[in-house]
Design a protein around this ligand. Structure first.
Ligand code: 13P
Length: 268
């Protein structure tokens, strides 16, 4: 975590024995925690963070970014945001720009979360514009895709998700595998306690990997693909153990530090 764009990051050691990319656990707090609560959480994380081979990113609400950044200064965890404006700067009331995020030390940003698609009408084209803006400023987009229950029940979940992925990455160019993260989050598994099976997660992750091979042939094998939807300490190991799943994007279980440490332990 860096305090400002000038200082350097302590980066977790990359695995050299496996050809899977390093596992990335991203904690999506959604609209939870006041700046005071967030600062206390981040201070404890900084003090109690166990040794881990997993990369950890904490995706916090915009109003808490500065406090979390300063409490986590010197930590191996990365700072993340939950949304970004597709615009550079100016008259866009209520939005947060890439420059502003970068200035507080943001490394990752979620784009196209299903809650933004559902409640804020975000289209794949908007998601692509946000991903491009993040990359222009050296912020790694975590591009979210995933189907609703009726699409899964109709059996068209893979086709639907790959089409959404292709459109959400339209015109998005990367210079290395580390520039992009994809999160597969089936909407029916988010906050419902219904987790996709490890086989469901792998089916989609492997299909996503296939699409990435067409879009980014030089980098596809090393792009992190996460699963999200009711992930917790009890199920993270099996899900992230799948060949094409390289981490998780976690909501509910991300709010309590003990369960975060439980997930890190399970991933060892
Ligand atoms: P839950 O882990 O609460 O199901 O949320 C998943 C999610 O939406 C993460 O972005």
């Amino acid at each position: 975590m860096k305090r400002s764009s000038g200082s350097s990051l302590k980066i977790p050691v990359m695995s050299t024995i496996s050809n899977k990319p390093q596992t990335l656990l991203a904690l999506n707090w959604k609209m939870n925690k006041t700046p005071t609560e967030a600062a206390a959480w981040a201070k404890r994380l900084q003090e109690e963070m166990p040794e881990t081979g997993t990369a950890l990113a904490v995706m916090v609400g915009a109003i808490t970014l500065s406090q979390v950044a300063s409490e986590m200064y010197g930590s191996t965890a990365f700072l993340g945001a939950q949304d970004i404006s597709p615009h550079e700067s100016g008259a866009y009331t209520g939005e947060t720009s890439a420059v502003q995020l970068k200035d507080v030390g943001v490394k990752y940003v979620i784009v196209g979360h299903s809650e933004r698609r559902e409640y804020h009408g975000e289209s794949d084209a908007t998601v692509a514009a946000k991903a491009k803006k993040a990359l222009e400023h050296g912020i790694v987009p975590i591009v979210c895709v995933g189907e609703k229950l009726e699409i899964r029940e109709a059996g068209s979940h893979v086709a639907f998700t790959l089409e959404s992925l292709k459109n959400s990455l339209a015109g998005v160019e990367i210079a290395s595998a580390a520039d992009l993260v994809i999160a597969y989050e089936p909407v029916w598994a988010i906050g419902t306690g219904k987790t996709a099976t490890a086989a469901d997660a792998e089916e989609m992750a492997s299909a996503i990997r296939g699409s990435l091979e067409q879009l980014y042939p030089a980098f596809a094998s090393q792009i992190v693909i996460q699963y999200g939807g009711s992930v917790k300490p009890d199920n993270i190991q099996e899900i992230c153990g799948q060949p094409n799943v390289n981490g998780a994007l976690v909501g509910g279980a991300a709010l309590v530090l003990e369960s975060v440490f439980g997930m890190l332990e399970a991933l060892k």
